[in-house]
Design a protein. Structure first.
Length: 663
């Protein structure tokens, strides 16, 4: 793919970190040093440019990804500042999809943390060139060599320093570039040796010369480094202290010189994706779009491929957080805020879908909560508010049970629940609370078998289906296929069945989603006179549930992988607690008076474990968790979920309900 005409003058960069690593402070400094803002904002004081929501300013944390732009050395940088807390991982996930490069921030005091590893894995899966910025070098406990070794051990051995820090903690004054042409190569430096060896290992001729002479020229290192970084082969490490503005200009230099420009063709077919939504008080819904091909202009009518609608652009503005200007047009490789698309949702693809990359799945909501409101009078407003929030964050997956007048949301954790409560209050003026979170279980077939339905009454109708249902490998989801003969069941009817099978599996025998199975349409039959396409909409859930009822289902529970570090004196108590929670873990390792444990832990038994761990270890325990997957529950664990709507196993009642004949 050719580069866009102005693409060399653009960088699309996401900034990522574990919470409290200094991500928003670093963004603020980037804006200030580039001249984009005149005065520095503060996260603690709620004046940071990229914390636009009231809840962000009050709490001092980022909740939504924020898009801003500035220039450095003639290059325009579209920067996306993402949340660092694990409860808002979905924002990180959506931002990763549209970035050409990334800056990953690691705290020099805390080192590599849980969220750091999760983000890093996604960056690697998507092959995104990345700078690693070690922040807070002025903090007590900052140790550049220790953190660098930890980065190379836990993240990647391809992380290479391009600077040598000067001092640490209160003596930290900055970092000297290893690539500065006016300085002699620091051959004796640990950092230079690490950089030179990493470069040499990527080229046989360089490696031979390096082994013979013990050195490389600075020009060779710089030339090969840039190429390696842009193809995500090496990851430069820089050092700084953002709160004091140390290292920011060097970081800016590295962002424009080492990270790649976008690719695309401004004269090609329109192709883009919506990765963020906001609400403007005057203009309504604002869609942040990354274009991969073509141009988008004011008053253009474009195809929303995802929703199969044609929507008109009323205005295109720069993506700059609190302030923006009408630019009228956005070209391939760039990011802009588009107004006028009232029905658009996050993830919608605009124009041709071929050039839009896929997304990494980081966030997996493992909890569900029910919303509560004070009176029936506000019920419609609550439904509208939660639907709007679900459009902005699809992982909330709003479940609206109209008959029961219940609203349920999927969430990542307790902080997200608190933020949602506050957001609904400040933005919509509604008093909404949420019940205690419950774990999201799943079901899977306990054995192989068949499901059958003959939907022949009451006339007119005719739909006969037979499904083979088999258990699948854990994590495989749904695998659907059809071997039914088309002369017996028309292709159009088979397509309707294929669309309805995933919907039918949203509720199993226990009310949970059914997953990790193979469903095959073995045979089917339509009637030339009596069959209507909607007959298969009604019949498919009955056939699927008949099969599940015959084979039975096994309950699955969510599991997290944990890493735990506690002082040795608390080790016995903590291990006993883990066994009570049904944890599986490796033999403990002892390092410098601390016990380290790794293993698997059920979510259901460990919801309050972080709080209890703090009490058990007097605040000296450190816990990191990562979603691992779903696995079978022990026989004594049961969990039933209230079914939404009529159960297809009660076929007579279900048919009446489906045909709107149930009073």
């Amino acid at each position: 793919m050719e580069r866009v005409s102005n693409g060399q003058a653009i960088r699309n960069i996401g900034i990522f970190a574990h919470v409290d690593a200094g991500k928003t402070t670093t963004t603020e400094q980037l804006l200030y040093r580039s001249g984009r803002i005149r005065t520095l904002g503060s996260v603690d004081e709620g004046t940071a440019q990229t914390d636009s929501l009231e809840v962000e300013r009050q709490r001092g944390i980022s909740v939504r990804a924020a898009v801003t732009r500035f220039e450095w050395n003639g290059i325009r940088i579209n920067l996306v500042d993402t949340p660092g807390h694990v409860d808002f991982l979905s924002e990180v996930e959506r931002s990763l999809r549209v970035m050409d490069a990334a800056v990953l921030i690691v705290s020099a005091a805390e080192g590599v943390q849980a969220q750091t590893e999760v983000i890093w894995q996604a960056l690697r899966e998507m092959h995104i060139p990345t700078l690693i910025y070690v922040n807070k070098m002025d903090r007590i406990g900052a140790d550049a060599e220790r953190v660098l070794a930890e980065i190379r051990r836990l993240l990647t051995p391809a992380a290479v320093p391009v600077q040598a820090p000067i001092g640490a903690e209160e003596t930290f004054t900055g970092a000297r570039s290893l690539l500065a042409p006016d300085q002699p190569a620091p051959d004796a430096s640990l950092y230079w040796t690490m950089l030179a060896e990493s470069i040499a290992e990527r080229d046989e001729a360089l490696l031979t010369r390096y082994l013979d002479t013990g050195s490389l020229s600075m020009s060779e290192v710089e030339q090969h480094l840039t190429a390696a970084v842009r193809e995500a082969g090496l990851y430069p490490v820089l050092f700084g202290a953002s709160a004091r503005g140390i290292g920011i200009e060097q970081l800016l230099d590295a962002m424009v010189s080492l990270l790649p420009p976008p690719q695309g063709d401004a004269s090609g077919p329109l192709s883009g994706v919506v990765f963020k939504l906001e609400r403007d008080a005057v203009m309504g819904r604002v869609a942040y779009v990354r274009l991969y091909s073509g141009k988008l202009r004011n008053r253009d009518t474009v195809l929303n491929v995802t929703q199969q609608t044609n929507d008109k652009v009323t205005q295109i503005r720069t993506a700059e957080g609190r302030r923006s200007e009408d630019i009228g047009v956005v070209e391939a490789g760039d990011i802009a805020a588009v107004y006028g698309w009232g029905r658009v949702r996050i993830g919608d693809i605009i124009g041709s879908p071929e050039l839009v990359p896929g997304s990494a799945q980081l966030a997996v909501p493992l909890l569900t909560v029910q919303a509560h409101w004070p009176s029936d009078a506000v019920y419609p407003a609550v439904v509208a508010a939660l639907q709007e929030l679900a459009d902005e964050d699809p992982l909330l997956d709003l479940q609206w049970l109209q008959d029961e007048r219940e609203l349920h949301l999927k969430v990542m954790g307790p902080i997200q629940i608190e933020v949602l409560t506050q957001l609904i209050s400040t933005r919509f003026g509604l008093d909404v609370t949420f019940g205690a979170p419950s774990v999201i279980y799943k079901e899977t077939p306990a054995s192989a078998g068949e499901g059958y339905v003959a939907y022949l009454m009451p006339k007119p109708c005719w739909a006969i289906l037979r499904f083979a249902i088999e258990p699948g490998e854990r994590g495989s989801g749904l695998v659907y296929s059809s071997i039914a003969r088309r002369e017996h069941l028309l292709e159009s009817y088979q397509n309707e069945v294929a669309r309805r099978v995933p919907e039918a599996l949203q509720q199993g025998l226990r009310g949970w989603e059914v997953t990790d199975l193979k469903v095959t349409l073995v045979e089917g039959e339509h009637h030339v006179w009596h069959t209507h396409p909607l007959d298969f909409v009604v019949a498919t859930p009955m056939g699927i549930m008949d099969g599940l009822n015959r084979v039975g289902t096994q309950l699955l529970e969510p599991i997290v992988r944990f890493r735990l570090s506690v002082p040795e004196e608390f080790g016995g108590k903590v291990m006993n607690e883990l066994m009570i929670m049904r944890a599986e873990f490796e033999p403990p390792a002892l390092h410098n008076g601390r016990m380290e444990l790794e293993g698997l832990l059920p979510v259901a038994t460990s919801l309050d474990f972080p709080a209890r761990l703090g009490a058990m270890t007097k605040g000296r325990g450190a816990l990191s968790t990562f979603f691992h997957g779903y696995q079978e529950c022990p026989p004594d664990v049961t969990a039933q979920r209230q079914r939404r709507g009529v159960n297809p196993l009660d076929q007579a009642k279900y048919i009446l309900a489906a045909r709107k004949a149930l009073s």
